[in-house]
Design a protein around this ligand. Structure first.
Ligand code: NAI
Ligand code: MG
Length: 536
């Protein structure tokens, strides 16, 4: 447990590597394999997850209820494609019920009316409860998503807890201003919650996305209807039960499991939802923005896809750069919106880099996410699995050099071999599209102006990584790159205080940090006439 506490705030993959040796894997019965072949063979007998699935219904007005239609949908184990549980399938009528509950909780309930300090205490109690139940929550997340249990327990849940504590700290520090106007007026602004927030999240980081959305919304005094991703509905139900144990009043947080075109679209176009936050693909982002515009013009924040450059300059320490670039791409099975998915390497160090990147990928431990020391589990579902293999084929057909990988791993479930391409050209699909899988594409560059131009030649603009010892190079790239985050000599640092979001088609607005509060607040100007201007 001490090791977990050590990393509760920031850099994920590097710390996770060092943590692998400390973490007990309590209750998982996990052990290590020495060869990839042995690990692949072992996939035939998946480890039994150390948790039971108890919550599968919708959470509306503080109660777990069936869908109005009575329908359910299966959530599947990515290790095998087999059923984990059938989950209530929310649709329009359920979204209506959830929005009514959230509306009533906002208009009449205690949440926006209690003091901000009382709200903050409930958020803190919730964070404590989640921390206490780390093992079960991590197991549900690993089972539903396929990510390594150690990663969920040691990285994501500490970040989740940190985020709720961070926004609990903000709750009673949200306030307006007193302003100077030119006239006999006392002018102030009130920062008020917006109302009912609709939130739609994806499957790659179900818990983190829950925290980034629910944390600031509730800290500001809003109420929420959250639609989880159809691939990963389980962990949100579990933690939301804990939220009610922590004292959250009914109706403040409602969880609707279900599909995008039905439940998701109903939420995005609902006339009684006052604000929408979405994370997912750029295509779906365009759809929900249109639905919001055509219904009640609710403001929308969008956190969408990316094709982030990771730039290795000629002065870089190649060994460190290789490790960092590896983590930047392969973390979370490559299913990260900000993955460093275009690895630009200076020509002077290119050959050495490619050789070492290949060696590192060959060492990557793929296997059952419940096994100790596993770095990479299966992709989330068959759709993503097929899509990634298609991109790999297009890379081969297009003439990129396949250095390693390129095939499925084992014969069960959705595992893919860590794959590295070199000699990638800018116009190949593997260099332009978001693959969202364990496929590293390495491109060569000659000088800094060229790499700036090429790195920015994309509709995306979520993140960028820069690896250099030269301060001037770092400063130039930091300012020139069109991306919402630039990491210098690090990557994937996700502290609650650091804002995250995209330029261009990677999205609108920022989440986390102080910036996310604005998404969930209205500003009201209050102007009072002063009778006696002598006391202006
Ligand atoms: P998606 O964008 O379709 O799904 C994300 C969320 O949006 C889910 O909750 C889904 O149910 C919901 N949704 C889907 N259609 C909707 C609609 N018409 N109205 C309202 N909500 C809707 O992403 P999907 O299909 O799971 O993955 C496709 C690709 O998107 C991935 O291969 C990846 O490239 C990208 N993606 C990017 C993510 C990111 O973090 N930026 C996360 C997930 C996927
Ligand atoms: Mg979809």
């Amino acid at each position: 447990m001490a090791a977990r506490r050590m990393i509760s705030s920031s850099y994920a993959p590097t710390l996770l590597r060092s943590l692998g040796t400390y973490y007990s894997g309590r209750g998982t019965g996990i052990s290590k394999f020495s060869t990839a072949a042995a690990a692949a063979a072992a996939l035939e007998e998946p480890i039994t997850p150390p948790v039971k699935v108890e919550l599968t219904k919708l959470l509306i007005n503080g109660q777990f209820v069936d869908a109005a239609s009575g329908k359910t949908f299966p959530t599947l184990d990515p290790r095998t494609g087999q059923l984990i549980a059938n989950v209530a399938e929310g649709d329009i009528e359920d979204v209506n019920r959830a929005v009514s509950a959230a509306r009533k909780a906002f208009d009449e309930g205690p949440w926006p009316r209690m003091t901000a300090y009382q709200r903050s205490k409930i958020l803190l109690r919730f964070a404590d409860l989640v921390e206490k139940h780390t093992d079960e929550i991590a197991a549900l997340e690993a089972w539903d998503n396929g990510k390594p249990y150690e990663q969920a327990a040691s990285v994501e849940i500490p970040l989740f807890v940190r985020l709720f504590r961070y926004y609990a700290g903000w709750a009673d520090k949200i306030h307006g201003l007193t302003l100077q106007a030119d006239g006999p007026h006392h002018v102030q602004t009130l920062h008020e919650p917006i109302g009912v927030a609709g939130q739609i999240i994806p499957w790659n980081f179900p818990l983190l996305m829950y925290s980034w959305k629910v944390g600031p919304a509730l800290a500001c005094g809003n109420t929420v209807v959250l639609k989880t991703a159809e691939q990963t509905p389980l962990s949100a139900l579990y933690v939301s039960k804990l939220f009610h144990e922590a004292g959250l009043p009914p109706g403040v947080l409602n969880i609707v499991s279900g599909f995008g075109p039905s439940a998701g679209a109903a939420l995005a176009s609902h006339m009684d939802v006052d604000k929408l936050a979405f994370t997912g693909s750029t295509n779906t982002g365009q759809i929900v923005l249109g639905l919001a515009a055509r219904s009640n013009l609710k403001p929308v924040t969008l956190e969408l896809g990316g094709k982030s450059p990771f730039i290795v300059c000629e002065d870089a320490n190649v060994d460190e750069a290789v490790d960092l670039a590896h983590d930047a791409l392969f973390f979370n099975q490559g299913q990260c919106c900000c993955a460093g998915s275009r690895t630009f390497v200076h020509e002077r160090v290119y050959d050495e880099f490619v050789e070492k990147a290949k060696a590192r990928a060959l060492k990557r431990v793929v296997g059952d996410p419940f096994r100790k020391g596993v770095e990479q589990g299966p992709q989330v579902d068959s759709e993503q699995f097929d899509k990634i293999l298609k991109y790999i084929r297009s890379g081969v057909d297009g003439g990129a050099t396949l250095e390693t990988g390129g095939q499925r791993f084992g014969s069960n479930g959705y595992y893919i071999q860590p794959t590295v391409f070199s000699n990638v050209q800018d116009d190949m699909l593997i260099a332009t599209d978001e693959i969202f899988g364990p496929v590293q594409t390495i491109l060569k560059f000659k000088d800094i102006n060229e790499v700036i131009r090429r790195a920015n030649a994309t509709h995306f603009g979520l993140a960028a990584g820069v690896f250099t010892q030269n301060l001037d190079t770092a400063n130039t790239l930091t300012r020139a790159l069109k991306a919402g985050t630039v990491w210098i000599n690090c990557f994937d640092v996700f502290d609650a205080a650091i804002p995250f979001g995209g330029y261009k088609m990677s999205g609108h607005g920022r989440e986390k940090g102080i910036y996310s509060l604005n998404n969930y607040l209205q500003v009201k100007a209050v102007v009072t006439h002063l009778k006696n201007p002598a006391w202006l």
